[in-house]
Write a protein of this length. Structure first.
Length: 224
């Protein structure tokens, strides 16, 4: 019986359900990037992070190979986290603009952040069965975040994972379509929000920039 986030996170870290993902993590640990060659990689499933009493839940697809999988914290130590936390800080959702390692003093304000898949998949492409297995953790996170009002999906795959979860759990029939800034009302009073992923590709191509991201973050802060 899981009654709190600490118990849930312990279950997540010990999970060994997906052999393909376990083997891929082992490969990452063995073949470290040159700049991290002397670091000890976390190399286990990644838990959520932040204010468990918060009303906002940010959901990414999965940990980055040399970000969360290396540092042990979601959206930490890579280019995506650099952009994301710069925007979260400017929106006053985080206490600092950087997310470098688990002892850097980072805190989230009224928000929690997690991933639909707790392990990094090859080519960032999870199998349906892997998302299905991991959905039990995501389900429990949502249950334990008792003040949750808004789910912000960082990227289409994260959005689709949330959509699949809610359609299965609540038999939703509405055809939700991903788009940056699109907002849908779920039948449990929670709002589902689409947001472009803060990846270097999206930032460098101009699909997302600080102005667009801040506009959305400031908007969701006012949801009740």
């Amino acid at each position: 019986m899981i009654n709190n986030i600490s118990q849930l996170n312990n279950k997540i870290i010990k999970c060994r359900s997906c052999i393909r993902l376990i083997n891929f993590r082992k490969k990452i640990i063995k073949n470290k990037r040159k700049q991290y060659i002397k670091e000890k990689y976390w190399g286990k499933p990644i838990t959520g992070f932040g204010d468990i009493n918060g009303k906002i839940l940010f959901v990414g697809l999965a940990p980055a190979a040399h970000g969360g999988t290396r540092t042990g914290r979601v959206f930490t130590g890579d280019k995506s986290s650099d952009f994301l936390y710069k925007c979260l800080f400017k929106a006053n959702i985080s206490n600092q603009r950087n997310s470098d390692h688990i002892k850097d003093g980072l805190k989230l304000k009224n928000a929690y952040i997690t991933t639909a898949l707790k392990c990094v998949p090859p080519e960032d492409k999870p199998l349906k069965i892997e998302l299905e297995k991991c959905s039990r953790f995501f389900n429990k996170e949502i249950e334990l975040l008792e003040n949750l009002k808004v789910i912000v999906c960082l990227g289409k795959i994260a959005f689709d994972a949330c959509k699949y979860f809610y359609k299965k759990k609540f038999s939703l029939t509405e055809n939700f379509q991903f788009g940056h800034g699109r907002i849908y009302n779920l039948n449990n009073g929670i709002k589902l929000v689409g947001c472009y992923h803060p990846s270097p590709r999206n930032v460098n191509t101009g699909r997302i920039d600080e102005k667009k991201m801040l506009k959305l973050f400031n908007k969701i802060k006012n949801f009740n």
